[in-house]
Design a protein around this ligand. Structure first.
Ligand SMILES: Nc1ncnc2c1ncn2[C@@H]1O[C@H](COP(=O)(O)OP(=O)(O)OP(=O)(O)O)[C@@H](O)[C@H]1O
Ligand SMILES: [Mg+2]
Length: 362
């Protein structure tokens, strides 16, 4: 039962008891008395529910309480749980086609596939962690989230994506980790537990924009990265994805140094991620990842800004897709020459906003 429903039921019971304890006016009889009683009950219930919500706002956090109320109303209204924001995408692409049309990130692709293939064949120093874990670092729109989807296709596993920007404060973090008893939302497992409950442990867990998440979440992820296990904060149940799940985190951190990251060793990039100096002004958080967190990530994978060759290849693919759409919907057959490609490529020569910029222009 949702938190809001609980508050309403409680308020209704308390107001009923109060009204029963009071003597009704002598002048009212029959249907008139019933209507009088029902309207007093309704008004008292609403007033009490507001008072309780208000007190929750003071004792917990007014914003979180307001949001919780909002979500509760949505749950009641639509009958759907608002916690199902994460998207699970069962792959429809064949594994041998998984990386088709993915351009300019061959280094990242190779690191990821080599690591997964080796892990699947047992080449692992520690058998009790997840199958593999990665941290994708790079500028916007260059394929970090896309590669995670393609990894899921390659593995023929479901991908569950969490936008970590939705868990920035302590109360929203509880939605992900599960809220401890006494807190709002403690009546259902956290979203991470729900995902494993629903899809089983063989899945690709994508924690998009991980740097935005509340540091409490980083602590939960430490156990996941280390032992492939985590405990749900609401139910207290332990979950294991050992040797099954692939964990991918992404971030735009250090996007201005994207090419430099490729010249650094993985160790130096880890240092950057876990030092105040490297972190300053990089993301919304005031402090860097703990060394213990960064040390538990299997591979740090920097992404390149899109090269001119990659931009050209992507423009060609996008043009072909859109012209195929025109043919299908309008019956018009359109073609283009290399000069068109050159013009497009010149317009987005540095693709500062990644492939999204190419899509906008086309
Ligand atoms: N290297 C690439 N090859 C082909 N398509 C790409 C490539 N990179 C990105 N795209 C396309 O561009 C769009 C955005 O890519 P994606 O979501 O992976 O960006 P991102 O790196 O995760 O950016 P952000 O940091 O802003 O989340 C997707 O539609 C994706 O298909
Ligand atoms: Mg992304």
């Amino acid at each position: 039962m949702g938190s809001v429903l609980k508050v309403l039921v409680l308020a209704a019971i308390v107001s009923f008891i109060i009204l029963m304890a009071l003597h009704p006016p002598e002048s009212k009889k029959g249907i008139e008395l019933f209507l009088y009683f029902a309207s007093c009950w309704l008004i008292l219930t609403i007033v009490l529910a507001f008072i309780v919500t208000f007190l929750m706002g003071i004792t917990l956090n007014s914003v979180a309480a307001a949001k919780e109320f909002d979500h509760g109303v949505q749950r009641l209204w639509t009958g759907q749980s608002d916690t199902k924001k994460w998207a699970a995408v069962p792959s429809t692409i064949a594994p041998d086609k998984a990386f088709e049309g993915f351009h300019g990130q061959e280094d990242a692709m190779r690191t990821v596939t080599d690591t997964i293939v080796a892990a699947r064949q047992g080449l692992q120093t520690r058998p009790d962690g997840p199958l593999a874990s990665f941290f994708f670092l790079g500028p916007t729109g260059v394929g970090k989230t896309e590669l995670a989807h393609r990894v899921a296709a390659f593995m023929q596993q479901s991908l569950v994506k969490f936008d970590m920007g939705e868990f920035v404060d302590k109360h929203t973090a509880f939605r992900f980790t599960g809220a401890p008893p006494g807190y709002i939302g403690s009546d259902q497992p956290g979203q991470l537990a729900q995902a494993v409950d629903k899809y089983g442990p063989s899945l690709v867990l994508l924690f998009d924009e991980i740097t935005l998440a509340h540091p409490k979440i980083w602590d939960v992820l430490m156990g996941l990265l280390d032992k492939g296990t985590f405990q749900d904060g609401s139910t207290g149940r332990w979950y294991s994805v050992q040797q099954k799940a692939i964990i991918i985190m992404t971030s735009n951190a250090f996007e201005d140094q994207a090419e430099e990251l490729h010249r650094m060793s993985e160790r130096e990039v880890r240092d950057l991620l876990s030092s105040n100096r490297g972190w300053q002004g990089v993301v919304g958080q005031d402090f860097p990842f703990r060394k213990a967190f960064v040390g538990r990530i299997g591979r740090i994978v920097p992404f390149h800004p899109l090269s001119p060759a990659a931009i050209r290849a992507i423009i060609r693919d996008r043009l072909n897709t859109s012209l195929a759409g025109v043919k299908q919907k309008s019956g018009l057959i359109l073609t283009y020459g290399d000069n068109v490609l050159d013009r497009f490529a010149a317009t987005v020569h540095d693709a500062k906003y990644g492939v999204r910029e190419i899509d906008c222009i086309i």
